[in-house]
Design a protein around this ligand. Structure first.
Ligand SMILES: Cc1cc2nc3c(=O)[nH]c(=O)nc-3n(C[C@H](O)[C@H](O)[C@H](O)COP(=O)(O)OP(=O)(O)OC[C@H]3O[C@@H](n4cnc5c(N)ncnc54)[C@H](O)[C@@H]3O)c2cc1C
Length: 316
């Protein structure tokens, strides 16, 4: 029987793919295989089996140490062949996207990355992703015998794990050491942030007139317990680091609440917040595009609204 094969080096993303992959496999009459690679593979195998995989291909081959993308691609290519995979679902993370290209080349597969929705349509899996700089959504269908979709983290919900793991398969992989040598590692300066996983986000934009005024945003973020994010404009000014950008060039977020302050809401920014459960906005311009997307809006000057919000929060 042909299979859907799922893989991500991020355990949560792998679970999301397995859980939804189970549903797709049932709809298409396919089996569901997962791959668990590297030193943590044994624990991951039980987890993926509990989340829906019929079979989990496990390998901690020495060449997989550190999960170099070229070796992972080769391992997955061999596993995909053994599993008879018709579809491969990967996480569309930074590494996952690199992996998608490498693996697609090995499998002669058509590949689509940055997928943010998937469904079975006319007997095949199709994916959707933003196109034309975020101005529209394209439906992508792949015609090659093996089809590869890299799906954005948090696209699929994860249900409770079931008792009973999938069958564990130890494939006889033939792997060579990575051709990439790491010359050294330099820790990133400053704190790092995972906006894609943040449940509360305060997004700040050019409505803040001066760099030091961002302290107002930081205080509000701290009071809300929210991560601070920004538009590309602020990162271009180097007022905040690039990993705080939300949008086409930055993080695609899915928070419970996205509160934007002094953000106009250009499409390149809003593609990163369209999956938020609730969007609230503060802007002086009632015609600002952000209000077309917002569930709640305050037309007002942030220099008055933010201190008033802080007061309100203190009194709660
Ligand atoms: C290829 C490409 C990729 C891009 N990728 C991204 C991306 O990933 N993320 C991103 O954010 N942008 C991106 N951009 C830039 C994007 O097009 C916009 O230029 C940017 O998002 C605008 O940032 P902003 O809202 O901070 O600034 P502005 O558009 O200048 O908006 C500032 C807003 O603040 C309001 N305001 C002013 N004063 C106050 C006040 N006192 N109180 C309250 N409100 C006030 C104004 O009414 C205005 O609406 C990209 C652009 C291109 C071309």
């Amino acid at each position: 029987m042909a299979d859907i094969l799922v893989y991500s080096d991020k355990p949560q993303v792998a679970r999301e793919l397995a859980f939804k992959g189970r549903e797709f496999a049932a709809e298409l009459g396919l089996g569901l295989s997962a791959a668990a690679l590297g030193p943590e593979s044994a624990a991951a195998a039980a987890d993926l089996g509990g989340h829906g995989a019929d079979r989990v291909f496990v390998s901690d081959d020495a060449a997989l140490e550190g999960l170099p993308t070229d070796v992972v691609a080769e391992a997955l290519a061999q596993i995909a062949q053994e599993a008879g995979a018709e579809y491969v679902l990967l996480g569309s993370t930074r590494r996952g996207k690199e992996l998608a290209g490498r693996l697609a080349q090995k499998l002669g597969a058509g590949a689509v990355t940055d997928v943010n929705a998937m469904a079975v349509k006319d007997g095949a899996l199709v994916g959707w992703r933003y196109a034309l700089g975020g101005a529209t959504v394209a439906e992508e269908r792949i015609d090659t015998p093996v089809k590869l979709f890299a799906v954005m983290p948090k696209t699929f919900e994860v249900g409770a794990p079931q008792a009973g793991a999938g069958e564990v398969v130890t494939p006889a992989l033939s792997l060579s050491p990575s051709r990439v040598t790491v010359g050294g590692r330099t820790p990133r300066e400053g704190e790092s942030v995972d906006l894609a996983a943040a449940p509360l986000i305060l997004g700040v934009g050019r409505g803040f007139a001066k760099r030091e005024d961002l302290d107002l945003g930081r205080e509000l973020a701290a009071a809300l317990g929210a991560e601070l994010a920004c538009t590309k404009s602020l990162a271009d000014f180097e007022w905040l680091p690039e990993d705080r950008i939300v949008g086409l060039s930055g993080a695609k977020t899915k928070p419970d609440l996205y509160l934007s302050v002094g953000v106009s809401g250009q499409v390149q920014h809003t593609v990163g917040i369209s999956q938020a459960k609730i969007i609230a906005a503060v802007n002086t311009d009632k015609e600002a595009p952000i209000f077309q997307l917002a569930d709640y809006g305050i037309v007002g000057d942030l220099y008055q609204v933010v201190p008033a919000l802080m007061e309100k929060l203190k009194s709660l």
